[in-house]
Each structure stands twice: as structure tokens, then as C-alpha cells.
Design a protein around this ligand. Structure first.
Ligand SMILES: Cc1ncc(COP(=O)(O)O)c(C=O)c1O
Length: 403
């Protein structure tokens, strides 16, 4: 029988972070235990549970029968609470500017659907979180990477940005703190970026700030708070800083300083209405997180920072590895300096997995050009597990240097 084909859109999609899970699952089925440093899910690691008051609010919502559809743009109290939170970050957000989605992932798809036409471009950092490459092509657009400087803390290369801006760039993506590099853009960087984008009135800044509460530098700042002429769509949610990624709740917040977004807003609202709504009880869980005590966050972020520091100390002593200090999020993008691996990061990842049972993600999965010769490591496991992982990585590098 002839096979029924899938669409080209679907067959072009790659998601490196989960693609490497396939061989790991096979090894697990054979009885091996794998140290997983591949997935940015804090719940997968001990010591960072979703705060209990949020879990209670979610479960109370279920038992109180709040299981119906919610309004398409989000539960009004939640939109209010998010607007208040964004306002505290320095810009004048109102509940009407906030749209609650099934995670930032859904918000991004909606923004791409609402803005992109054939031939349009999205400028995204290289390396970047993979959906920024995968999704725009579904709407006929193309993602072009601008460079993050690999030997300058993965900071923005403004010359490269300037050279790549043109009329067809509809969306410019800033991920701050960044996944996969952990780099943070401070206010000087963002102001400089805004001054470039201001020359291109057809372009909207997507400020993906989903890791903003995991900033070890103190420099992270809301892009919307600094923009008085560039429209900004801020993305954030419950997944990372509120430690509940499986709830699938996030939002976009529209900052429209020169009133240029009425048509885009209308498009976004139409799409939101057509896909009904985000999960009602999960929205109420997030609401509790925003409204109740947040002092727990400091302890969580200190724990994550402590784990980062262990990784940095270990890497500094392992021949074959180098890393730029991540200033935020929970990732580091480690450079492979042995020639054998610097030209083939995917083989490094697969062989490390098979020989030492440690799972990381190949850098080329975050950008074939700007990510190659690196791997991404999630520094969320406890210190003992991280130390075992680094012992094994060290052994692996040594064995292959001799071979
Ligand atoms: C930069 C970035 N944006 C968005 C997401 C996904 O967010 P959500 O869970 O809200 O869909 C991730 C998840 O890893 C991410 O790293």
C-alpha cells in the first residue's frame, strides 16, 4: 500500500531537546539508568517542587467544579494579576493587554499565525530555543539568526543585527535570559537594540522573558519597560520561575507605545477565540502563585545558582571543556575543545549517552551554524548527581583522547 504522506511543514520540524530522548529511552528499556541533563523541566529534578499553595489552588479549583471553559483571553482575575506583575517590572500594562495561553509555546504560535506572511522573516538569536526556527516556516516565513558572541558571554552582536534588519523582518526575538546560553541582556543592550528596531516600524519585538526570575546577574530587565517607540510582545508564564511546566500556562502581554498594533491585536484575538481557552484550573493555580507570598522564589533561585556554580567549578578543571558563565536560566552552553568533538557535537552526545549514560543535547540542535561544537547542559540536578555526571564526562573525554 502506498504511504499517505505528511505535510512538508510537519516533516521539517525538529526539536533536538526531545529527539535525543529516543535513544535514551531505548537504553532505559534495556535496564540502564541515565543521568538526564537534557530537559529544562525543574520538576524532573529533586528539591524544586511546584510550591504547595499553587498546587492546592489548582486542586481546589478542580474540587470546586471550576472545570468549565474560561474566557478565551484568560480568567479576568489572572489577567489583572499578570498586568499588575508586568507593571511592577516598569511599564503600564493593563488586563486588556494580557492574553493567557497554553504556555509561551502556544502564545508564540498564535503570534506567528497573526503576523507572518509568505516571504517574511523572523530574526532570532543563534543559538536559540528550537521552536523559533521550527514554527515560522509553517506560516511561509523564514527564521534568520543573528549572532550571539560565543566568546563575549553570548552577548548580542549589534553589527550583525543591523546588517540583517530589513523591511521583511516582522518579528525580532530577544530571549532574556537566554536558552540555551544563559546569557542576560541588561538595559544598555536592550536600549541599543531598541534604537536599531525603532528604524523599522514594521517590526515587533518578542521579548521572551520566561526565565526572568532566574537572573543571577541582577541586570535582567523587562524590554517593554524600556521601549517608548518599538511595539513589544512580552512572553512569560508558570513553567520556569513558578516551577509548573506541565500546567501549560503562559501569556503574552502587548505593549503598544505608538499605537501600531490594532490590526495585530485583532488578529491575535480572533485566533484566541477560535481555539477556545487555556486550562481553567491551571490558570487558578498560577493566580495563587502571583497573588500569594513569593519569598520562596529566592531560596529556589539560590539552589539553582549553587548548582550552576558546582558545574562551573567542575568544567574549569576538565580538559576538553570551556564555558561562558551563564548569568541566568538553568542552562549552560559548553564548548567542546577536543577537535574530534568540536566538529561533531551530535556524535559526542550520542556516544556519551551510550558509553557513560549521561544525556545532554547537541549544540547544533540549537543552531546548525552557531551552536555546533557545543552541548547544552541543564544544571538543575542535585550536586551529587552533577558531580557524578562530570566524572563520567571527564572519563569519556580522556578515553577518547587516548583512543
Ligand atoms: C526560551 C523559552 N521560551 C519558551 C519556552 C516554553 O515555554 P512554555 O512552557 O510556557 O510553553 C521554553 C521552554 O524551555 C524556553 O526555553
Amino acid at each position: 500500500m502506498p504511504e499517505i504522506p505528511s505535510s512538508k511543514r510537519a516533516s521539517n520540524i525538529e526539536y533536538a531537546i526531545r529527539d535525543v530522548v529516543v535513544p535514551a529511552t531505548e537504553l532505559e528499556a534495556q535496564g540502564h539508568s541515565i543521568i538526564k541533563l537534557n530537559i529544562g523541566d525543574p520538576i524532573a529534578y529533586p528539591g524544586l517542587p511546584t510550591p504547595s499553595h499553587m498546587v492546592e489552588a489548582f486542586s481546589d479549583a478542580l474540587s470546586q467544579g471550576r472545570n468549565g471553559y474560561s474566557p478565551s483571553y484568560g480568567i479576568p482575575e489572572l489577567r489583572d494579576a499578570i498586568a499588575l506583575d508586568e507593571s511592577k517590572k516598569g511599564w503600564n500594562a493593563t488586563a486588556n493587554d494580557v492574553y493567557v495561553c497554553h504556555g509561551v509555546t502556544e502564545a508564540l504560535q498564535i503570534v506567528f499565525q497573526a503576523t507572518l506572511e509568505d516571504g517574511d522573516k523572523v530574526l532570532a538569536p543563534g543559538p536559540h530555543y528550537p521552536p523559533y526556527m521550527a514554527y515560522p516556516q509553517m506560516y511561509g516565513a523564514e527564521t534568520v539568526e543573528y549572532e550571539l558572541l560565543s566568546d563575549a558571554g553570548w552577548s548580542l552582536n549589534f553589527d550583525d543585527i543591523e546588517s540583517k534588519m530589513d523591511e521583511s523582518v516582522r518579528l525580532f526575538v530577544l530571549i532574556n535570559p537566554n536558552n540555551p546560553t544563559g546569557s542576560v541582556a541588561g538595559s544598555d543592550d536592550i536600549k541599543r537594540l531598541l534604537s536599531i528596531l525603532a528604524k523599522w516600524p514594521n517590526c515587533i519585538l518578542i521579548a521572551d522573558e520566561i526565565y526572568d526570575g532566574l537572573d543571577f546577574s541582577g541586570r535582567q530587565v523587562s524590554a517593554a519597560s524600556l521601549s517608548d517607540s518599538v511595539p513589544v510582545l512580552t512572553m512569560n508564564g508558570v513553567s520556569k520561575v513558578y516551577y509548573a511546566p506541565g500546567w501549560r500556562i503562559g501569556y503574552m502581554a502587548i505593549h503598544d507605545p505608538i499605537s501600531s498594533l490594532a490590526a495585530v491585536r485583532d488578529g491575535i484575538e480572533r485566533i484566541l477565540r477560535s481555539r477556545l481557552c487555556a486550562s481553567t484550573p491551571a490558570q487558578l493555580g498560577y493566580l495563587a502563585g502571583l497573588q500569594q507570598d513569593r519569598t520562596w522564589m529566592k531560596q529556589y533561585s539560590d539552589t539553582v545558582k549553587e548548582r550552576r556554580d558546582v558545574c562551573l567549578a567542575r568544567i574549569s578543571k576538565i580538559q576538553g571543556l570551556e564555558v561562558q558563565n551563564p548569568e541566568g536560566a538553568f542552562y549552560m552552553f559548553v564548548k567542546l575543545t577536543d577537535e574530534k568533538w568540536s566538529n561533531d557535537d551530535k556524535s559526542f552526545v550520542l556516544q556519551l549517552l551510550h558509553e557513560q549514560h549521561v544525556l545532554v543535547v547537541h549544540g547544533s540542535g540549537f543552531s546548525s551554524e552557531k551552536g555546533k561544537g557545543h552541548f547544552r547542559l541543564v544544571f538543575l540536578p542535585d550536586v551529587d548527581t552533577l558531580n557524578i555526571a562530570f566524572d563520567r564526562i571527564d572519563t569519556f573525554l580522556q578515553e577518547h583522547r587516548i583512543a
